[in-house]
Design a protein around this ligand. Structure first.
Ligand code: GLC
Length: 471
């Protein structure tokens, strides 16, 4: 939108105080730049209005850090990942038969929610409709839904109730791309088809956000084959916020929304922009019988710390079996992560973005002036201690480039005080046990007298150099 004085005035008239706030933010930051959250400059009045409430709407989400993604649909009956329909070229009349044979056990979602709670996850996001087009709820707009087909009941209702029973926030995944709807592809080239399909899509989203009480997250996916304009995404989000004023939405309907969604990778957004990395626990989103590439609890805990350290969230997927059961490997990994979170959760939840360089042996998070060192590869005893006074029994953890001054250190698991020395090059934590006190990572809290940063490359120019050769 081209802002001039009259559009500015009509905008203020329409959106009152919230609008004024957003405009002030826009002016302060300069168009197209982002500053503190909520001050991300919006491209339109309705986006500016959403930006004005963003920080408040997203507070719980920033604290939560860890969520459960659930991919569950007809594809689970095939058991070869959720893209079977397209990747294997299954014809629609064949694929539709699955809907008749989908008979999940009652309230399978309760087990998901219990597991999420145990794992330390604070919110859930379930596929209400994936690319296959099947609706898990009691839709009035299509019979291709759980009530009219095999399940004979509303699976979204079961999911929502299950999440709430565990005190978890509720998110809906919704795929805009639809392989089943007759207008799902022709909408790109046929305006009448586009109009019908957009009306259908907005109608389904309206049902989801009207019939299940307060919904915390709307997670759009794949906007093929239309642009934001084609989907009428501005209008879509306006409806969403009208129905659910406190909801947060992602960026996959062609608009920026409230947060970015790096997939199968952890990439922090610029400061001021919220982000959530979504990732599979093996290699597949939907249930995939043969996929045994499970990530270890160590990897999950490390990924979670990497997200937290970059100021982002981690949305970790499970792919339940056709009856809704959770694959045993999934349960094992998440329970193990949960045990670690029971002790170390405070080093993840509500933590702040941290500036830190790489370290093969450890990850880091930060809460105010406290640096948390997540040591996933414990040093044990090094033979080098025989010659180097730098190392000493039983174990030393040294971190180069920690700033500023360290005041104290302790093991998070036991509260035990840790001795340390600090100079311009590093902090040395000494007198540590031979074996790692905690698995899959031992966390050491290091209290500093200011905001900590860790950058070993910053110390490189400081090293006293002696001579070229060593005699
Ligand atoms: C991709 C896949 C989809 C999955 C999604 C999760 O978009 O197409 O199957 O649901 O990633 O982010």
């Amino acid at each position: 939108m081209d802002w001039n004085e009259s559009s500015r005035r009509s905008f203020l008239k329409q959106f009152g105080a919230a609008g004024a706030l957003a405009l002030a933010a826009a002016n302060a930051e300069g168009m197209g730049l982002s500053g503190a959250e909520g001050a991300v400059v919006a491209a339109s009045p309705s986006q500016a209005k959403q930006a004005a409430t963003r920080a408040g709407r997203m507070k719980w989400w920033h604290e939560a850090k860890f969520g459960m993604f659930i991919h569950w649909g007809l594809y689970s009956l095939i058991g070869q990942h959720e893209w079977s329909k397209e990747v294997e070229g299954v014809p629609i009349p064949q694929y539709e038969l699955l809907a008749k044979h989908f008979h999940p056990k009652p309230n399978a979602a309760r087990d998901w929610a219990r597991l999420a709670k145990k794992a330390g996850q604070k919110y859930m996001v379930m596929t209400t409709k994936h690319h296959e087009g099947f609706c898990h709820w009691d839709s009035k707009l299509t019979d291709y839904n759980a009530v009219k087909q095999g399940p004979g009941r509303d699976l979204v209702r079961e999911y929502v109730d299950a999440a709430r029973a565990e005190g978890l926030r509720v998110g809906f995944y919704y795929s805009l791309m639809d392989w089943h709807h007759p207008d799902g592809a022709t909408c790109k080239t046929d305006e009448a088809a586009r109009k019908r399909f957009v009306e259908y899509t907005h109608g389904l989203i309206r049902e989801l956000l009207t019939n299940y009480g307060k919904i915390d997250v709307l997670w759009y996916d794949v906007s093929w084959p239309l642009s934001a304009e084609g989907w009428e995404s501005e209008k879509m989000n306006e409806m969403v916020f009208e129905l659910q004023p406190e909801i947060i939405v992602n960026n996959r309907n062609g608009l920026d929304g409230d947060f970015s969604t790096p997939e199968q990778q952890i990439t922090a957004s610029e400061v001021g922009r919220a982000w959530e990395s979504c990732m599979t626990l093996n290699d597949s989103w939907g249930f995939n019988r043969g996929d045994d590439a499970w990530k270890s609890p160590k990897t999950i805990v490390d990924n979670l710390a990497t997200c937290a350290r970059g100021g982002g969230n981690y949305l970790l997927n499970i792919g339940p079996e056709p009856d809704g059961s959770i694959p045993p490997d999934t349960t094992a990994v998440l329970e193990s992560v949960g045990k670690w979170m029971d002790i170390n959760g405070k080093t993840i939840y509500g933590t702040d973005r941290l500036q830190a360089g790489w370290n093969t042996n450890a990850n880091y998070t930060r809460s105010g002036n406290t640096l948390y060192i997540h040591q996933h590869y414990w040093p044990g005893h090094t033979p080098a201690a025989e010659w180097l006074s730098f190392y000493q029994p039983d174990a030393v953890i040294a971190i180069g480039g920690i700033k500023p001054k360290v005041l104290s250190a302790h093991l998070v698991k036991t509260g035990q005080k840790v001795d340390f020395t600090q100079d311009a090059l590093c902090v040395r934590l000494t007198g540590l046990p031979l074996k790692a006190p905690d698995q899959p990572a031992t966390v050491i809290a290091v209290e500093c007298d200011g905001e900590p940063t860790v950058n070993h490359d910053e110390t490189r120019p400081l090293w006293p150099r002696y001579k070229v050769g060593v005699s």
